[in-house]
Write a protein that binds this ligand. Structure first.
Ligand code: 1GP
Length: 247
């Protein structure tokens, strides 16, 4: 499928177009590529088309050939300046807009601009505070201490035919998705790419998520808060790619 999926396991750097300018995004993309990250995600839970398009274009020009995927908050953010669109269904919620409506709205764009899509069951897990995703989508996250509930959602997404699962505690969450939840979902959908993100601020947390079964560990806030330097990124990459090593 996409070259991104062939690069698992790996670290994904998330660029939020509402928080990074195109030049900042380009710089981060170069740092992520040089550190050995698997690729880049671009997206925001609250942002329109314009900034996303500009950031995606800047990233493409900065790191040609480096896998870039869109992690859209809505159909408004669609751009074809990416290799892959995570076609997200917010399956932990019961808001039809994020289960099917945004997807229908995406069709005219995707017909005009054929870009690869990956049908992804997006599961929001309680990360200890109200995140933008929760506020914007008007859905409640799943409880953090009910791994069987998260696993049932992952299984249902797979039975529906979804091709990947994304477990998210939400950007800036004080508490990342827990080991038991990741393990339960990994066991529920053994063959599917499993993305885990939200609240991962230290390499040790990235390692823990990987050891629990994450194929891709996503970091966003940690990069914006100073973890975007080469050395810090290399530590995150190593934690995911060589989780058995503690240094
Ligand atoms: C949010 O999973 C991403 O959707 C990344 O979260 O910004 O907390 O790293 P952070």
């Amino acid at each position: 499928m996409s070259s991104l999926l062939e690069r698992r396991p790996g670290l994904l750097a998330l660029v939020d177009p509402s928080r990074s300018t195109p030049p900042e995004a380009a710089q981060l993309a170069r740092a992520a590529r040089d550190a050995g990250a698997a690729g880049l995600l671009i997206g925001s839970s609250f942002d329109g088309t314009h900034d996303t398009q500009l950031v995606a274009r800047a990233v493409r020009q900065a790191v040609p050939g480096f896998p870039v995927a869109l992690f859209p908050g809505s159909a408004m953010q669609l751009t074809d300046e990416v290799d892959l669109v995570l076609f997200l269904s917010l399956v932990s919620g019961r808001n039809a807009q994020y289960l099917i409506e945004e997807h229908v709205r995406a069709v005219p764009f995707l017909q005009r601009h054929p870009v690869a899509t990956l049908s992804t069951g997006y599961i929001l897990v309680d990360g200890g505070h109200v995140t933008s995703v929760e506020a914007v989508s008007q859905t409640r996250p799943l409880p953090a201490d009910k791994p069987e509930l998260a696993a049932a959602h992952a299984t249902a997404a797979k039975l529906i035919g979804m091709q990947a699962i994304y477990l998210d505690a939400g950007s800036g969450a004080p508490r990342a998705v827990g080991v038991e939840v990741i393990r339960a979902c990994r066991a529920a959908v053994p063959g599917l790419p499993l993305f885990v993100g939200g609240g991962i601020r230290r390499p040790e947390q990235a390692r823990t998520a990987r050891l629990a079964g994450a194929d891709f560990v996503v970091i966003g806030t940690a990069l914006e808060e100073g973890g975007g330097t080469g050395e810090a990124l290399v530590a995150f990459v190593r934690a995911v790619r060589e989780p058995g090593m503690t240094r």
